[in-house]
Design a protein around this ligand. Structure first.
Ligand SMILES: [Cu+2]
Length: 147
């Protein structure tokens, strides 16, 4: 009996460790800060998951945040097209093929999750994640790379 409990505990622990390497949690707040600025994605992951939380109190229309991943060279153009798309489209141009992954726009107290196929990332390229709400991407941005 004890051996079974021990084995189950080990299996749970190793499962948690594996799951932890292919996802990360990032928060955004009312002062336009992302909690992390660099994300490294292990090449061994098939999919990578972003758990995104808005830990502020402000409403989406005043201080909305999303998490958008693009190749770094595309940040400015994707941001500009997103502003034209408006809040009804979460400040993302419909069908924008430059966007690798994005969450919906959320307000204070809300959360959103997105998973993407790691094969979409190329080793040696630099990727940038940012918030597409107008005026936020200057502060709310960070880099992602494949390890
Ligand atoms: Cu934002």
């Amino acid at each position: 009996m004890q051996k079974i409990i021990f084995t189950t505990a080990l299996a749970l622990l190793s499962g948690m460790a594996l799951a932890g390497t292919c996802d990360t949690t990032i928060t955004g707040d009312d002062a336009m800060n992302f909690s992390i600025k660099n994300i490294t994605v292990p090449q061994s992951c098939k999919n990578f998951t972003i758990n995104f939380k808005h830990v502020g109190k402000m409403a989406k229309k005043a201080m909305g945040h999303n998490w958008v991943l693009v190749e770094t060279k595309d940040v400015n153009a994707v941001t500009a097209d997103g502003i034209k798309a408006g809040i009804e489209n979460d400040y993302i141009k419909k069908g924008d093929g430059r966007i690798i992954a994005s969450t919906k726009m959320i307000g204070g107290g809300e959360q959103a999750t997105v998973s993407f196929d790691v094969s979409k990332l190329t080793a040696g390229k630099t990727y940038t994640f940012f918030c597409a709400f107008p005026g936020h991407s200057g502060l709310m941005r960070g880099t992602m790379k494949l390890s």
